[in-house]
Design a protein around this ligand. Structure first.
Ligand code: ADP
Length: 423
């Protein structure tokens, strides 16, 4: 442990030019702008897909790596963030040498490792081993931000985030800080795993990250000698769960001893046994995910929209929910127009938007009473930039210099009904 901690600080110093050692520790949890430190939006990261599970040992990391390689094999540019800072396992599964610290670009960005056609960043590459890192909560946020914003990913189609098990801080930090396309939830057929999975799914729902689907791992046994697939657990639990919760079922992966051997040897099964039934199951999963990720998820994120010039305005999305925006446009220079999934259209005066800011500076956090004096907000106040916050809202920087408020979509929708507080 001690060695890991020392190693973290040594390499963190080495990386501090890009990670920003003086960066605020808790910016992510407050909903940072969706851009990298050099001001570039994160659109180059493509679809950001967290892979989650309610508990450890269900094969989530194994699914992440095989899925990533299967997507890369279909011509996609794919990266993996090993977001399990306390128990990084991805480099071991991909045969990545963690003895040397990662190289840096002249711009002080970390160059990810490349293995089996995918780019990878992991805490193990910073600590030099796969022992758990000793990190306080705020440092977790800082490293995760660095993994997304200070790594030279190039242009990706998919960035797979292998989350630690459970529903803790790491999951929330990522959910609130970065625009996720949707989560993949891995479960095993046993009841206890399914119960815990429900809890994980609820957490994603609360932070408005759509669930792209459920994967049932080790759902049946693939005999290594004859190839026969036998049901060893109660059948169809993952599918039942997906039906109960109205969440897509992405597929099932058999329990296959070759998966373990391949994982241990640093060459995942889809590369070592590409023709096996199990590799085909991972391939089918990649296809199902690719289909689901292109689907009905509201506005495409991330976006960073310059209000005056119109550049970076969000493209039209699709969806059917009352709180799901499908279009966000400028009706005129002073009116933000939102079309919602249920067909309603809402025009919001941009000064009303400023007055509705619910940040701690504008509204009392305990009582909800307004702290902002409307008389002090210029009549001509207008947005400078509007950017996506995760999948659940927008942030707005205004011409009066204010830019700390987050507007969740549900709150924007409720604005239509609320009495204007303007004076
Ligand atoms: P998690 O990330 O959920 O903790 P891992 O991916 O580390 O789980 O997998 C836990 C163990 O289960 C590993 O030894 C892995 O090789 C094994 N495993 C994962 N998926 C399968 C599978 N489909 N068949 C057999 N073993 C598997």
């Amino acid at each position: 442990m001690q060695r890991a901690r020392l190693a973290v600080s040594r390499r963190a110093r080495y990386l501090s030019g890009s990670a920003g050692s003086g960066a605020q520790d808790d910016t992510a949890s407050k909903g940072t702008r969706m851009s990298s430190e050099d001001g570039q939006p994160l659109a180059h990261l493509g679809r950001i897909i967290p892979v989650a599970s309610g508990k450890g040992g269900v094969g989530k990391s194994t699914v992440s790596v095989n899925l990533a390689i299967a997507l890369a094999g279909r011509g996609h540019r794919v990266g993996i963030v090993d977001a399990d800072l306390y128990g990084p396992s991805i480099p071991g599964m991909l045969g990545i040498d963690t003895a040397k610290p990662p190289a840096m670009t002249p711009e002080k960005k970390v160059i990810p490792a490349t293995a089996h056609g995918v780019s990878v960043i992991s805490m193990a590459m910073l600590t030099g081993d796969d022992k758990p890192a000793v990190l306080r909560g705020p440092m977790v946020t800082k490293y995760l931000q660095m993994f997304l914003t200070a790594v030279e990913w190039g242009t990706l189609d998919y960035l797979i985030l292998d989350l630690p098990p459970g529903t803790g801080d790491t999951q929330l930090t990522l959910a609130q800080s970065f625009p996720m396309s949707g989560a993949v939830v891995v479960t095993t057929p046993q009841n206890v795993s399914l119960k815990i999975t429900r809890r994980g799914i609820r957490m994603f729902e609360e932070v408005k990250i759509p669930i792209l689907g459920i994967v049932e791992n080790m759902s049946s046994f693939a005999c290594p000698s004859c190839g026969t697939v036998t049901e060893v657990f109660s059948k169809g639990g993952g599918r039942r769960l997906s039906e109960d919760l109205a969440i897509p079922y992405l597929g099932s992966i058999p329990l296959d001893p070759a998966v373990v051997d391949s994982g241990d040897s640093g060459a995942p099964l889809v590369t070592t046994h590409p023709d096996s039934a199990t590799a085909q199951a991972y391939g089918a999963l990649a296809d199902a995910l690719d289909g689901a990720a292109r689907g009905d998820q509201g506005l495409p994120v991330p976006f960073e929209w310059d209000w005056a010039s119109g550049s970076g305005a969000p493209a039209r999305g699709s969806g059917s929910g009352a709180d799901t925006p499908v279009a966000m446009t400028q009706a005129d220079a002073r009116t933000l127009r939102i079309a919602w999934g249920d067909g309603q259209e809402q025009d919001i005066d941009v000064r009303d938007l400023r007055l509705a800011c619910a940040c701690a500076g504008c509204r009392d956090e305990d009582t909800g009473a307004p702290l902002l004096d409307p008389a002090r907000v210029p009549l001509e106040v207008a947005p400078v930039t509007i950017w996506s916050v995760g999948n659940y809202g927008i942030g707005v920087a205004f011409s009066d210099g204010h830019g700390t408020g987050i507007y969740p979509y549900a709150k924007l929708r409720a604005l239509a009904a609320a009495e204007s507080e303007d004076v």
